[in-house]
Design a protein around this ligand. Structure first.
Ligand code: NAD
Ligand code: IPM
Ligand code: MN
Length: 356
């Protein structure tokens, strides 16, 4: 049978709670397939840092890079914890993984499943995907400060955009759009102010568009995009945007499509040179950690994205169908938010798959 080596990084806060459910669902979804997942667990995150002082050792990074895929919960401690002041877990761990493993596509679908209440009065049909660039932009750490701590401090955080990096993610976004019924791509940027980076993105989108004549293309400034995400989200099909705009837009996208507890993501290395990494969009949620209050659905839907990526599309569909049925049953019970604990939601989704 096919062996798949999976790195599992539960992380901090609610990370381990939601990953436990995701792993349950993964085994149930693939039990009938001729495939075997070999799990290697990596203890990484704020908890590990506080114990050992390590954020991500070269040995851990090497071991993770040798896997076929990665499942991550969430990393990061309680904001403001003084013991983590110099740790920078987000940059040293999460971003180091995304950058080292060349996750240049951060794929974040937003679907308002049937029966899910939306904070919007008239959501319409919400079904779009954000293709967020993952290895460039203001996230690269190209910055610095002088005269730090003085009244004359100057802090720079430079956004890096390369023709190579922009073109590869734009091409990926056109491929995604081409494969969807609406075949519509929206570039989101801020070309009126960020003229150098914005100009590069705009020119590359225009050039690549010529190769995809059946994909319609439009452009929105990021500020206007936030308006339409709230007033008319069904106008979106595929959004392509830079690393920082994509981060912000996908929390908003989660909020309008059932909440952060449902939002899944994949950090993809489309070349297949490195393992791709699947994780919920949310963080470690220290405010609800350890209480079985976290919705594991985002992590479980991230497993579905992973199964699709690995070519196990039947198993992915089984996960999604079970999640959609579970969500429909939640609203049937009157309340969408937690009348069940984290592991009860996982168990209910597993039951829906195994009863079939
Ligand atoms: P967060 O996503 O952890 O929490 C924001 C709000 O959403 C909180 O009220 C939380 O309780 C709620 N929430 C999050 N996930 C939920 C779930 N599955 N079910 C129900 N409610 C949920 O964002 P934050 O508070 O800004 O960040 C907390 C820590 O997580 C920080 O250290 C941050 O850097 C880190 N973080 C990590 C990742 C990641 O690992 N990918 C992503 C975002 C934030
Ligand atoms: C996310 C998170 C990360 C990001 C942080 C924790 C580095 O917010 O995955 O959306 O900004 O990409
Ligand atoms: Mn984010």
């Amino acid at each position: 049978s096919r062996q798949i080596k999976l790195a599992v990084i539960p992380g901090d806060g609610i990370g381990p709670e939601v990953v436990a459910e995701a792993v349950k669902v993964l085994s149930a979804a693939t039990v009938a397939d001729d495939v075997e997942f070999a799990l290697t667990w990596f203890s990484l995150g704020a908890t590990r840092f506080l114990e050992t002082g390590d954020v991500l050792t070269d040995a851990d990074l090497g071991a993770i890079a040798a896997q076929d895929a990665i499942l991550l919960g969430a990393v990061g401690g309680v904001p403001g914890d003084p013991r983590l002041a110099n740790a920078n877990i987000e940059r040293g761990l999460l971003l180091r993984l995304r950058f080292s493993l060349d996750h240049y596509v951060n794929l974040r679908p937003s679907v308002l499943f049937p029966g899910v209440p939306s904070p919007l009065a008239a959501p319409g049909n919400v079904d779009f995907v954000v293709v967020r660039e993952g290895t460039e932009g203001p996230y690269v750490g190209n910055g610095g400060a002088i005269r730090q701590g003085t009244a004359h401090e100057v802090a720079n955080e430079v956004s890096v955009n390369t023709a190579f990096g922009v073109e590869r993610v734009v091409r990926f976004a056109f491929e995604v759009a081409q494969g969807r019924p609406a075949k519509h791509l929206t570039l989101v940027h801020k070309t009126n102010v960020l003229v150098f980076a914005g100009g590069l993105w705009q020119r590359i989108v225009t050039a690549v568009a010529a190769e995809y004549p059946d994909v319609s293309v439009d452009y929105l400034h990021v500020d206007a995009a936030t308006i339409f995400l709230v007033t008319n989200p069904s106008r979106f099909d595929v959004i392509v945007t830079d690393n920082l705009f994509g981060d912000i837009l996908t929390d908003l996208a989660a909020a309008i499509s059932g909440g952060i507890g449902l939002a899944a993501s994949g950090n993809i290395n489309p070349d297949g040179r490195f393992p791709s990494m699947f994780e919920p969009v949310h963080g470690s949620a220290p405010d609800i950690a350890g209480k079985q209050l976290a919705d594991p659905t985002a992590a479980i839907l991230s497993v579905a994205l992973m199964l699709d990526h690995l070519g196990l599309t039947d198993a992915a569909a089984r996960v999604r169908d079970a999640v959609v049925a579970d969500i429909a049953a939640r609203t049937g019970n009157g309340a969408f938010t937690a009348s069940r604990g984290t592991s009860e939601v996982g168990d209910a989704i597993v039951t829906r798959m195994t009863d079939k």
